[in-house]
Design a binder for this molecule. Sequence first.
Ligand code: NDP
Length: 407
Amino acid sequence: MNAVPLRNDKAVNGHVRQVTVLGATGSIGASTMDLIRATPEKYQVAALTANTDVEGLAKLAREFGARFAAVADPSRLGELRAALDGSGIESGAGESAIIEAAQRASDWVMAAISGAAGLRPALAAVDRGATIALANKECLVCAGDFFMSRAAKAQACILPADSEHNALFQALGSGNRDELTRVIITASGGPFRTWSAADIENATLEQALKHPNWSMGQKITIDSASMMNKGLEVIEASYLFALSPDEIDVLVHPQSIVHGMVEFADRSVVAQLGAPDMRTPIAHCLGWPDRISGRAAALDLAKIGQLTFEAPDYERFPGLRLAYDALRAGKGATTVYNAANEVAVAAFISGKIRFGGIARLVEGTLNAAARDGSAQGPATVEDALSIDHNARNIAATLLPQIALKAS
Ligand code: NDP
């Protein structure tokens, strides 16, 4: 069985679904819990996890009667135990507890931990053959081939939760792989879509966090402003659906209503549309292979009036070009791309580099890793984490010179 399933590969209708939410206290976690809250009789919460937000985690665990709650920060175990006192909910702390949450029996797992930290827990769910709604794109960007082949081996179902990939997943059912000519993922263009290169260079954190359409976590919002997020999504699409870089196009669509399209040989283009609300793709994953009631506003195209499209500008948004370069360079380069971007975003947030420095740091790290040969395709999770670690070190070394340099 392919890891990205065909409809009816695994029918789950008719029984209470056991669900686990990794990253329950985040933005995707909140949307997932909101959907579960709407029909609590259909779900039993097996496990919930957080990084440091003990209060938020304990509140959710109590509300949903979770069996197990885990916090990644090992120093918070006492706090979590106190917050769950008298509830009968089991608890744990540290990375091993997060992995235990993923390993515990459940039918469906939302993988919504942010960053490369989500890789091991998602793999733990993959290895027991779970159905996994994958929001954490870093799993694929860091170790895509490895992740997908392990999923196929364990007969795990990977359901794309990212809105663009979920759209492609829905549209791909209209034809066969050999009839597909290309996929198109849309991009809102972010808050700097119409800005000059000079203004983008000096954009502030506050400006980068003002996304025109989507309400998301801080890291992904900054990635949307730099279009690094779209770069990560191009890489994600390549691994998820086994597509070459030439089969993936990006189209800027400021209204964020059309999320993805698939073009077939007969020139039919099949698109998925919806209001920009992550609860729609998450609902598709949560109900799959059936459809459940959504929580997003119904789409009113007459009210929206106009849908517009434009080609992406690879000069003003070099992060997108770098993603294609990394994909073409080979497997380990996408791991480097992601790691360098995480370092760069953290440096931007803490005021160490300008906004324009994010792409420069990623480019510099990709070039240095290519020179020292450290970006070989990862064959194990340890390989992926070692490439990631090495790239972070390179990026940290390059940081002072990027900080001084303007474009
Ligand atoms: P958030 O930052 O809002 O939430 C991240 C979640 O992961 C929180 O529960 C956080 O816990 C937890 N977490 C963070 N670091 C660790 C760690 N080291 N170990 C264990 N848990 C950790 O992120 P989002 O919800 O926005 O994004 C989650 C993932 O989904 C990302 O990979 C993102 O790219 C992807 N995604 C997000 C979309 C969105 O609309 N937000 C859209 C598509 C994909 P705590 O609260 O305690 O910090």
